[in-house]
Design a protein around this ligand. Structure first.
Ligand SMILES: Cc1cc2nc3c(=O)[nH]c(=O)nc-3n(C[C@H](O)[C@H](O)[C@H](O)COP(=O)(O)OP(=O)(O)OC[C@H]3O[C@@H](n4cnc5c(N)ncnc54)[C@H](O)[C@@H]3O)c2cc1C
Length: 342
């Protein structure tokens, strides 16, 4: 939906995509997250690979064949440190090859292509990264880890060793050092936040129906958890506003790479992720308290067990502790605002 009309897409905006993430998340967190992760790769193609005929052709194929793209950043050796790669691109004339131990690769087996971070050459340091686009047929997957998790089971984020080869043209022309702050960080954190907010909204909808049912039966005043619904709704309002405002700030900066890379913008997007995940978990917990045993049950129309299991992934999908530790120093550079509005 993000691809411009002249390349066969719908020409939708990032704001539209974020909205769809919210709607999908309210129905199924895994579907929302798969959609979100795919869109990150599409934005990267659109923003950082338009000078490359190979990737332009991939964009056309994406629309014509309705391809689904996966992403592999997490590695055996580096864990959730996205700006660090162990695997490396090995060039041989116009060809290149790559072996990556991707310990978490959502829908890796089902995807039509995968975008991988890797060191530029075998001699490059871990932070000198490029992004490589492989399409099915370019690579083989060997399963190294199952995906048996408490939630988000539908993302099928199995671990694989990926062995791939292709043309050197498949390396995204822009360095990952630029791709990461300009696209990966903002689009991941906007779309993921919207998915988690949607999951929270789905839980609130159940709690609302539960309390309304009690009210219809004349028991609302005595429902011990009813005030939790009010808190859940209050927090949901605030979170929706926070994400909408972050979308506005992305749109304002989108055509200015320096602004996107500025510490202030990066901190804002990183803290959005932490804030959204913490708030979404809190909202689902309030919905759970509002529903009581009916929420705790795995069966029944008021169960929020699945939302609770799914939303817990938000704090470790790029670990909040890692983000907070990284943000601590940069935040010291900024004064506490003296005015309410910038
Ligand atoms: C649903 C889901 C889907 C995913 N899909 C994909 C995918 O498609 N592709 C992909 O590549 N990855 C994927 N991931 C993995 C994700 O991107 C992260 O790599 C992973 O969630 C990080 O997990 P972690 O907390 O164990 O690792 P790490 O971030 O390595 O953290 C490990 C531990 O170290 C601690 N820690 C790390 N840094 C610090 C620090 N600076 N200060 C204090 N403590 C620290 C953390 O608190 C944590 O306890 C997915 C994850 C989830 C949950």
């Amino acid at each position: 939906m993000l691809v411009p009309v002249d390349l066969g897409g719908d020409g939708a905006s990032v704001a539209d995509v974020v909205d769809v993430c919210y709607m999908l998340g309210a129905a199924c967190a895994s579907s929302g997250m798969i959609f979100a992760m795919h869109q990150i790769q599409v934005v990267i193609l659109l923003r950082h690979a338009r000078s490359s005929p190979w990737h332009e052709q991939l964009l056309r194929r994406l629309c014509d064949e309705q391809l689904l793209f996966a992403s592999s950043t997490t590695e055996n050796q580096t864990g959730g440190a996205v700006r660090s790669s162990a695997c490396a691109v090995e060039r041989d004339g116009s060809r290149m090859s790559l072996v990556k131990n991707g310990t978490v690769m959502s829908y890796g087996a089902e995807a039509d292509g995968v975008f991988l971070t890797a060191r530029r050459t075998p001699d490059s340091p871990p932070s000198d990264q490029v992004l490589v686009a492989f399409v099915k047929g370019d690579y083989e997957l060997e399963k190294i880890k199952e995906w048996d998790t408490m939630g988000m089971r539908g993302t099928c984020s199995t671990g694989y060793t990926l062995r791939g080869c292709g043309s050197v043209d498949q390396v995204i022309p822009e360095s990952y050092e630029r791709v990461h702050p300009q696209s990966m960080v903002p689009i991941a954190h906007l779309t993921w936040s919207a998915v988690w907010c949607g999951v929270a909204a789905g839980a609130v909808a159940r709690a609302r129906r539960f309390v309304r049912k009690g009210a219809a039966q004349g028991t609302a005043q005595s429902a011990p958890g009813a005030s939790h619904l009010t808190r859940a709704m209050m927090l949901l309002r605030a979170l929706r506003g926070t994400i909408a405002s972050a979308v506005t700030s992305y749109e304002a900066a989108v055509n200015e790479p320096e602004r996107l890379e500025a510490i202030d913008f990066q901190s804002g997007m990183n803290l959005l992720k932490v804030n959204s995940s913490e708030t979404a978990i809190e909202i689902v917990m309030h919905a759970f308290q509002a529903c009581g045993l009916s929420g705790y049950r795995n069966d029944g129309e008021f169960s929020v067990a699945r939302q609770l299991r799914d939303v817990m992934s938000s704090s470790i999908m790029i670990n909040n502790e890692r983000i907070l530790a990284g943000a601590a120093t940069s935040l010291l550079l900024f004064d506490v605002p003296s005015r309410l509005r910038d």
